[in-house]
Write a protein that binds this ligand. Structure first.
Ligand SMILES: [Zn+2]
Length: 712
């Protein structure tokens, strides 16, 4: 495939020919905003043959390399579509800084946001050819590019309303969705950019930074903003733009453009309504106290903190409402919430500065409060574990305060490492607000973000470790389990019955309504267990109550898990090997031993391999193991056959954690495959389900013949 593709593409390249069969596309309309009856409110996206797109991508990469190595393109004003450039961040940060800096210095500022009518669709093909020639692109390449616009047909379709236009001949415009179009579009616009970089014209811009830096114009694809210090200059630049659009045969829409200004009037710096025109038509002004939107960010005369707070709060509410309605388990809701927050909250948090205190008190609390409700956790349960990764038994939850820090760092990195030297000046001017300042020097943005995330999580973990009640349990588990064992537990929990999953989470947080907790919360006069009068803690109910033990509650759980443990051994047992299990339906260990009854014994190569199972409290995983090994140290003395005994242990905690290393050692000893993950999960879930039943019946009589919990 690769060989044929390379042959095919190089043949196209060498012959300057774009195959006719690729010159077609299906256009899908995507609604932007506003009235759906107006076609102007839709973005047409072209779906083309994949091979044609690959050829166009190759052409684009060659073209881009040629233009940049020869410095034939301006990349400081036009910032749409350039690879490796975060143009939205650079432009919006600059505009935001200029507005506030001019305000601070009480200097006038005029901003006009210009709108072009269907810019992509209106570019003349002759203008594309002219612009390519003007940029010294070799004739062969120009012919290759232009050959695709010769008899290109597209089909506009919308399945929902049965729209199918049939082939439409493309006579002008570039396709949105095509891989080469953005670059062609920018090359056409570059003639405007190169005239605007003229020092004479630049002198109309706003002065800032070191007193030598000026900014006059920002462009992102077809979205342009004029920034001037005086009304007269602004009108002059608009007239200039008008002439360029007339030459390029593009249409400015004055009614969809906006003018904003702030000026010192009557001794007071204030927002004003400037009177500016394009083609003799007045440009609407931003009303007093209103805002303008440029590249998705809102700008207003007042500090935009209030706006930003509202945007961010609405965003969190929307995400919570949407996810709350999904018919999925609480833990999957947390995952869905993460996706929503990352998609919708990252932008506002990267571009508006909100204080960390405000974010924690408002956004974080909204989320942790709702997650507590989903998981049925009491308000007293700590939220520190929520953002921790699954390998640390957390919920992997995205908290807005943490997202904000990483997003702000991303903005700082974008400015610091921009191709545009002005952006570094801008970064220096606003550097005091950046979290993780040490990481800004990092060239690799992904790595820097990962480092920031790791630092945040360590801080959260330290906070959790500082809480004595919960921390010991978390620490013990982190010590006893590998990262993937803990992760498997967390992920499996998201897939099982949510009553049981919530029970496990609450037990882990030590917030179950045990008498001990109810007493601590002031809701019960005594903390004692009604059966044995000992303090009724989680551990007491699930593992330690002597009355429960005597009633056989724990043995019932132990045997349910043992059954699954034995099934795997039985399935793979080599022929001729004997197996003894301390369960009905198996050879009884009494036949082999005098005064001990190991859970599983396999006779293999003339030795007895023992596997002893304990279902224990999370804190005692290690202790139980040592206890069992000590207990069976002299096992061979009890063996009726006078053969050596090798002892291994298996621990399954009452909440379903399964450390697997010693289990797998046993498997290796007797030459069978290790326990597959599904079987480990099943054992853990069995233990957890039994524990849940033991907990629910803690104040009820124990049935004579309890059935085994079943799996759904
Ligand atoms: Zn008790």
């Amino acid at each position: 495939m690769r060989t044929y593709l390379a042959t095919l593409l190089s043949a196209c390249w060498l012959n300057s020919y774009f195959p006719r069969i690729w010159r077609r596309a299906t256009v899908t309309l995507i609604h932007k905003k506003g009235d759906t009856a107006d076609p102007q409110n839709f973005r047409p996206i072209a779906l083309q043959p994949v091979l044609g797109k690959i050829l166009n991508s190759c052409t684009r990469n060659r073209l881009w390399a040629f233009l940049t190595t020869n410095h034939l393109l301006d990349t400081t004003m036009q910032k749409g579509f350039w690879p490796g450039t975060d143009g939205v961040t650079e432009h919006t940060e600059l505009l935001s800084y200029l507005l506030s800096n001019q305000k601070k210095l009480k200097r006038d500022i005029y901003v006009v946001l210009l709108d072009l009518k269907n810019a992509f669709g209106e570019v003349h093909h002759s203008l594309i050819r002219f612009s390519l020639e003007h940029h010294h692109i070799p004739a062969e390449t120009i012919n290759l590019i232009m050959s695709q616009y010769n008899s290109f047909y597209l089909n506009v379709s919308a399945s929902k309303c049965n729209l199918n236009s049939g082939p439409v001949h493309v006579k002008r415009g570039v396709l949105q969705g095509d891989t080469l179009s953005p670059l062609l579009f920018n090359i056409v616009f570059d003639s405007l950019m190169s005239t605007l970089t003229d020092p004479q014209i630049q002198s109309h811009g706003v002065l800032w930074g070191d007193g030598l830096t000026r900014s006059l114009w920002t462009q992102f694809a077809d979205d342009a903003a004029v920034i001037c210090g005086r009304l007269r200059d602004t009108q002059l630049i608009l007239a200039f733009y008008q002439r360029w659009t007339a030459w390029a045969d593009l249409i400015i829409r004055p009614d969809k453009s906006f003018a904003y200004a702030a000026s010192q009037r009557g001794g007071r710096y204030q927002q004003i309504q400037p009177s500016l025109t394009i083609n003799g038509v007045d440009i609407p002004t931003i009303e007093q106290g209103g805002f303008m939107t440029y590249l998705g960010r809102r700008f207003s005369f007042a500090s935009d903190a209030e706006q930003a707070k509202k945007i961010a709060t609405d965003c969190v509410h929307e995400a919570l409402d949407l996810v709350g309605k999904l018919p999925i388990s609480p833990l999957l809701k947390c995952h869905a919430l993460n996706l929503q927050l990352r998609a919708h909250l990252s932008f506002p948090l990267s571009h508006y500065s909100l204080s960390k205190t405000w974010i924690v008190a408002n956004l974080d609390n909204l989320i942790t409060g709702q997650v507590r409700k989903w998981l049925d956790l009491p308000p007293s349960a700590t939220a520190h574990f929520m953002p921790l990764p699954a390998k640390w038994l957390g919920l992997d939850l995205v908290l807005p305060s943490m997202l904000a820090q990483v997003s702000r760092l991303g903005t700082a990195l974008a400015l610091q490492h921009s191709q545009d030297p002005k952006m570094r000046v801008l970064h220096e001017l606003r550097a005091d607000k950046v979290p993780f300042r040490d990481l800004v020097a990092d060239v690799n943005r992904k790595e820097a973000a990962a480092k920031a995330k790791a630092l945040q999580l360590t801080t959260k973990r330290e906070k959790l470790d500082g809480l004595t009640v919960q921390s010991n349990l978390f620490k013990c588990l982190r010590a006893a389990l590998t990262g993937s064992e803990a992760t498997n537990w967390s992920h499996h929990l998201a897939l099982i019955n949510s009553n049981i999953a919530n029970f496990a989470r609450r037990a882990l947080m030590r917030v179950l309504p045990t008498n001990s907790n109810l007493h601590r919360w002031g809701k019960l006069p005594s903390d004692s267990c009604p059966s044995c009068a000992g303090p009724e803690t989680e551990n007491h109910i699930l593992n330690n109550c002597p009355t429960s033990a005597q009633q056989g509650r724990y043995t019932w759980r132990h045997n349910s898990v043992l059954k699954i443990l034995a099934q795997h051994v039985l399935l793979h047992l080599p022929e001729g090997n004997e197996m003894f299990v301390d369960l009905p339906d198996f050879k009884n260990p009494e036949d082999l031993f005098t005064d001990i009854l190991p859970d599983i014994t396999v006779i293999h190569h003339g030795a007895a391999f023992i596997l002893e199972l304990t279902c224990c409290y999370e804190m005692n995983l290690e202790k139980s193991k040592l206890y069992k090994i000590e207990k069976y140290r002299e096992a061979s003395l009890s063996c009726k056959r006078n053969i050596p005994c090798i002892v291994n242990t298996a621990e399954v905690s009452s909440l379903g954690f399964v450390p697997s290393s010693s289990l797998n050692k046993f498997c290796r000893d007797i030459g069978i495959p290790p326990y597959p993950p599904a079987s480990l999960r099943r054992m853990g879930e069995m233990s957890l389900r039994c524990s849940y039943f033991i907990f629910c019946t803690r104040h009820k009589p124990w049935p004579d013949k309890p059935t085994e919990p079943y799996f759904h």
